[in-house]
Design a protein around this ligand. Sequence first.
Ligand SMILES: Cc1cc2nc3c(=O)[nH]c(=O)nc-3n(C[C@H](O)[C@H](O)[C@H](O)COP(=O)(O)OP(=O)(O)OC[C@H]3O[C@@H](n4cnc5c(N)ncnc54)[C@H](O)[C@@H]3O)c2cc1C
Length: 305
Amino acid sequence: MSDISYDVIIAGTGPAGMTAAIYAQRMGLRSVVYGDLPGGSTYMIEHLSNFPGLLPETSGPQFGTLTFQQASQEGATFTMCLLESLRRADDAFLGVDVNGQRVTAPVAIAASGRTPRRLEVENVQIGGVHLCSICDGPLYRGKDAILAVVGGGNAAAQHALTLSHIAKHVYIICRSENPGIDAAHRRKLAEKLNVTVMLDSEVVALKGQSMIEALVVKQSGLGSKEIQVEGVFQAIGWDPNTAFLDVTVDKTAEGYLKTDGRLMTSVSGLFAAGDVRDTDIWQVLTACADGARAAKSAGDYLAGQ
Ligand SMILES: Cc1cc2nc3c(=O)[nH]c(=O)nc-3n(C[C@H](O)[C@H](O)[C@H](O)COP(=O)(O)OP(=O)(O)OC[C@H]3O[C@@H](n4cnc5c(N)ncnc54)[C@H](O)[C@@H]3O)c2cc1C
């Protein structure tokens, strides 16, 4: 059976992949898109915030469905499963999906997002346990809430700083004695009277029925204590989804794909867009912008520009 050929293979059906597909099609590039859910990570968003022009009533799944319809109307081909591998084969990229179907294209866009690590404790699915402070922090505005951030890096510090403007008090619960928070973030945290950093402390249980009510924290040498909270934000890391890339490509120490100004990776013809690439903002809007840029750059690359 011969491989089906396209102009561009897009891995990911989140905002970055969908936007890349829309732009690629409108530029006359035949695109094939792989992914599990229309909208990618947006399926987790109850109220999609920070997207100009969209009312906060819009849910992530609604947004995902609309982008899927739009890309389909532009003529993109969807294969709703993950790519098992993407590698170089002669002058093209060869994509093989989890069902063994093969496609080739001269350019490819990795828009495969990243997977959040979650606390490994019971009850982690109950209400009030979040992943994104920019997105979900405003739910607590005006409520005099006590919130906790679990994690010990700059991301945890950033979440706590964001939440410090909203909450009555914010606890950062950090497993290590020496958190990986840089000097600039430490300085800003020290200025916040409503932020307490708990070192050497591990969350061992989340208490509550449908909504979080308290955390049980085990402190090294001090035993366990319960902290009443209205919300918890997990900042214990993310894993960029790059395992399917069967190519030698430059990544950051955290595993994000490095890109140049055109969003091309170190592999000629392989572009990256959205949360999977090296960036410092992980939002729907910026993922969409990346998708548009990557598709434009892919078109220019094919035209030899
Ligand atoms: C709980 C939560 C709430 C959020 N709320 C907001 C908000 O209100 N506003 C906002 O702007 N942002 C919000 N975000 C962030 C936003 O969802 C992401 O920044 C955005 O979805 C990133 O888009 P993306 O296309 O880069 O990646 P994703 O949306 O993660 O999409 C990547 C897709 O690629 C798929 N994939 C992975 N591997 C492969 C493979 N091998 N082959 C094919 N496909 C693959 C993944 O399964 C996924 O479906 C929130 C995030 C979370 C977790």
